[in-house]
Write a protein that binds this ligand. Structure first.
Ligand code: PEP
Length: 259
């Protein structure tokens, strides 16, 4: 299970350091759970020089390499700053900053070439869901960014299913809605790659996930953790979600050993 926090453009540098210290001084992580925090980019180099209890994530990366690209930062630069994971394809970047499918696919390539892990976001709008094209929409996003990847990099791919209508709205997909989309993504990975890869790629749910709904969402067979926005800004709340992932993992282990 992976619980990843996306802070977006929130927190001062001092608040970020306080949060990192608070999270790191909490009890050890539950078995089978990793944490990731993606703070704003200006904080990455400083945070990356200290070992924390969480993996350090970036919220964005350049689709280009080094050169005359004012304001951009490359995947290699992130790697050099101690970043482990990079979020690519978040709907806020797709909608507001011109990250179309081609740019997203290029960013995925750059992250993987730099030896980092990518958290690839996909998800449908409310209109897509109401028009019953949500599966097509999500699987087309997978096709455009993931289909061409060789098997040997797939152990550094995480998929985050984030229905856009649930992001920051307080609306959450029901466990059944999340599970059916996650199962479709898993099925797509099986067709595009194979059973082993499909079973190993973590598929996170994102969209108003919080302590009160995390247990139900994480109990779904194909939900392997969460990408958390608003609820990742509070270290205690975030840790409660991490503990929910720990309970889900323990239940899976118990079910497997009983089978
Ligand atoms: C997100 O932006 O990735 C997200 C899931 O946000 P929230 O948890 O606030 O809905």
């Amino acid at each position: 299970m992976l619980v990843a926090g996306n802070w977006k453009s929130n927190k001062s540098f001092n608040e970020a350091k306080e949060f990192a210290n608070a999270l790191t001084s909490m009890p050890p992580l539950p078995d089978g759970v990793e944490m990731m925090i993606a703070p704003p980019a200006p904080y990455l180099a400083a945070l990356g020089s200290t070992p924390w209890a969480f993996r350090l994530g970036a919220q964005n990366v350049s689709a280009t390499g080094p050169g005359a690209h004012t304001g951009e930062f490359t995947a290699d630069m992130l790697q050099g700053c101690g970043v482990h994971d990079v979020i690519v394809g978040h709907s806020e970047r797709r909608e507001g900053y011109g990250d179309g499918d081609e740019v997203v696919a290029e960013k995925v390539n750059r992250v993987l070439e730099a030896g980092l892990r990518v958290v690839f976001c996909c998800g449908e709008s409310l209109q897509d869901r109401q028009s019953d094209v949500h599966f097509d929409k999500v699987l087309r996003q997978m096709e455009s960014a993931i289909l061409h990847l060789p098997a040997e990099v797939m152990d550094r791919v995480v998929v985050a299913y984030e229905p856009i209508w649930a992001i920051g709205t307080g609306l959450t997909a029901t466990a059944a809605q999340a599970q059916e989309m996650h199962a479709a993504i898993r099925g797509w990975l099986r067709e595009a790659h194979d059973e082993d890869i499909a079973g190993a790629v973590p598929i996170l749910y994102g969209g108003s996930c919080k302590p009160s709904n995390a247990d139900e969402l994480f109990a779904c067979q194909d939900v392997d953790g969460g990408l958390i926005g608003g609820a990742s800004l509070d270290s205690v709340m975030f840790r409660e979600i991490v503990d929910a992932a720990g309970r889900a993992h323990a239940a899976q282990v118990e079910a497997t050993s009983a089978a």
